[in-house]
Write a protein that binds this ligand. Structure first.
Ligand code: HEM
Ligand code: SF4
Ligand code: SF4
Length: 520
């Protein structure tokens, strides 16, 4: 069931990959877009604040002035402020569903997830508070509904809704308080957003430029074609009839009237509790063991520290008496067991004739075991052209394409693959080509694995792929579970290329005559 949800989600993502490509797919940048929309809300909010008056009467008038007298500045600013806030709700909720559907909420991710749940409350509080400030009919509805809702709690001696029964009871001072809250709450939200991404190395807090520009253009276009307007001044002496509500922020409010305040509290509490405890309720398999440091094979270069996607490594003063300044220390509670640090360590050298131990080792897949698996895979190759596929356990199951001429090795994350293993596989012509695959580009399960390996293989980031490895013998192809066609195309392209190279005549039989073996 859970796996079906994941596949369904991947198919939806794929539909967006067609127009946007894998790197610019907004689906892969939802957290960053939410962050960006926050800044749009802040900038437009500052403009609105310059003209906003905090008195009960003046509040409505000043917003009307902005909307109509300054249609192309204030009006657009107001509309962008509203639509960016709505967009923040939408992207935040999609970001949450995506992390859930792709299993990115359990184990070491619990902190990001739980802090994310708190963000939902804060975003809603900011938005509802903002609607209140306009003091139109919708604000009146929100004021009465919110106080009725909170009045259900046994915290108040007198129902707070009474405050809103008479126009005179809504004081200017109360409005000043609301305005103050509308500055304080976003500041708390920003602080919480910082906490939310604190454990994430190089968190993507701004989307790629084309997405940012596209988002702003969409907001401007929407603001011009459908400007945000008020719904008539609030009048507490009059009963409210038809008002239009903003479903992004106010979707729970109809429950108050369709059922009761108690029901809404019950629903909100259950949903919040389910979300908060989701990392433990939906735990599937025990967490992998964290990476271990082997100081005998470490020179303190700090590459593992730079590359760890979850800031699980800290560099500390050297303690083993060896002539290096620093040594890595792993915080096991933060470690994702992705192995990306193993891929970055200069000691992950399969050519070593002495015992192969890297500076960091995953207990469940040591570098020596990875070399043994590569050796075994290479030994199965017969016919030509022979290809080794290095893949990852999270993307397409590479073992499904194993055949006599295609050997496969799967790692926890493709970022764990030290570039020397590619050199190793091609040495002495044991293989004719190497295909490297993982999750979809822009969607690495461990965030940075694809990014780092692309840079290492392009010789832009250490450890560099050796110059002697011919580029034409290497193919990168990013494919997730439903992407067999893409992977097959990448494989066919590599086989055709290396088959045509001198010394590697393509054997028609070898190229086409193999039947894929069943994955073991
Ligand atoms: C204001 C709303 C939010 C913003 C601005 C935001 C932003 C971000 C950003 C920028 C990242 C880092 C992405 C990366 O670099 O890989 C992130 C990660 C994450 N967020 Fe959010 N987020 C928000 C709400 C939420 C919510 C509501 C949840 C779930 C309840 C959530 C769950 C997560 C998780 C689990 C990660 C870690 C993903 C991973 O390890 O790959 N976030 N968020
Ligand atoms: S295994 Fe992954 S999360 Fe753990 S220390 Fe290494 S790079 Fe960081
Ligand atoms: S990358 Fe390897 S050698 Fe460098 S600090 Fe980390 S463990 Fe030590």
């Amino acid at each position: 069931m859970y796996n079906q949800l994941r596949i369904l989600w991947l198919r939806v993502e794929n539909a967006l990959n067609a127009p946007f490509g894998q790197t610019l797919n907004p689906w892969y940048h939802l957290g960053a877009i939410a962050f960006f929309l926050f800044w749009v809300v802040v900038v437009t909010g500052i403009y609105l604040y310059i003209f906003f008056r905090t008195g009960v009467r003046q509040a409505y008038d000043s917003v009307e002035y902005l909307t109509h007298a300054q249609r192309f500045y204030g009006g657009v600013m107001r509309s962008m402020h509203r639509y960016a806030s709505d967009g923040m709700v939408a992207t935040m909720l999609l970001h949450m569903v995506r992390n859930f559907a792709t299993g990115r909420f359990r184990n070491f991710r619990w902190f990001s997830w739980v802090s994310g749940v708190l963000l939902i409350w804060l975003v809603y509080a900011c938005g509802i508070n903002g609607y209140w400030l306009v003091w139109d009919r919708l604000a009146q509805f929100i004021a009465v509904a919110t106080t009725e809702w909170f009045g259900w709690l046994p915290l108040f001696s007198e129902p707070p809704a009474r405050t809103f029964l008479l126009q005179g009871d809504v004081s200017d001072r109360f409005f000043t308080l609301l305005s103050f809250a509308h500055i304080t709450l976003p500041l708390v939200l920003l602080l919480m957003m910082w906490v939310h991404t604190k454990r994430i190395n190089s968190a993507e807090t701004s989307p790629p430029r084309p997405l940012a520009v596209g988002t702003v253009l969409m907001l401007v276009a929407l603001s011009l074609f459908k400007p945000a307007v008020s719904q008539g001044q609030a009048d507490l002496a009059l009963a409210l009839n038809a008002i239009q509500i903003d479903w992004f922020f106010l979707a729970p409010y109809p429950v108050l009237y369709a059922a009761s305040a108690g029901t809404l509290w019950f629903l909100v509490t259950v949903v919040t509790a389910l979300l908060l405890f989701a990392p433990w309720l939906f735990r599937r398999r025990p967490a992998q063991l964290p990476v271990e440091v082997h100081l005998d094979n470490c020179n303190g270069c700090g590459r593992c520290f730079d590359d760890c996607p979850y800031s699980a490594i800290a560099m500390q003063p050297r303690q083993d008496g060896r002539p290096y300044e620093l040594q890595p220390a792993v915080d096991a509670s933060l470690c994702a067991s992705c192995g990306i640090c193993v891929g970055s360590c200069p000691f992950s050298m399969p050519f070593r004739t002495t015992e192969l131990v890297s500076g960091l080792e995953l207990p469940e897949l040591s570098t020596a075991l990875l070399r043994a698996q590569t050796d075994r895979a290479l030994a199965t190759l017969h016919g030509r052209p022979r290809v080794v596929v290095f893949g990852c356990d999270r993307g397409f199951d590479v073992h499904a394409i194993r055949s006599k001429t295609v050997a496969t090795v799967s790692l926890p994350c493709i970022g764990m693959l030290p570039p020397t293993f590619i050199d190793y596989a091609l040495r002495n012509s044991l293989a004719d080509g190497v295909l490297v695959t993982g999750c979809r580009e822009g969607d690495c399960h461990f965030r940075l694995g694809i990014h780092w390996i692309e840079q290492r293989l392009a010789r832009e980031r250490p450890p560099y792929l050796r110059q002697r490895v011919p580029e034409e013998r290497l193919e990168l192809c990013w494919a997730d579970a439903p992407d067999q066609d893409r992977l097959s195309a990448g494989l066919a392209s590599l086989r055709a290329r290396v088959g045509a190279l001198p010394g590697n005549p393509a054997s028609e039989k070898g190229a086409n005559g193999d039947r894929a073996q069943k994955p073991s």
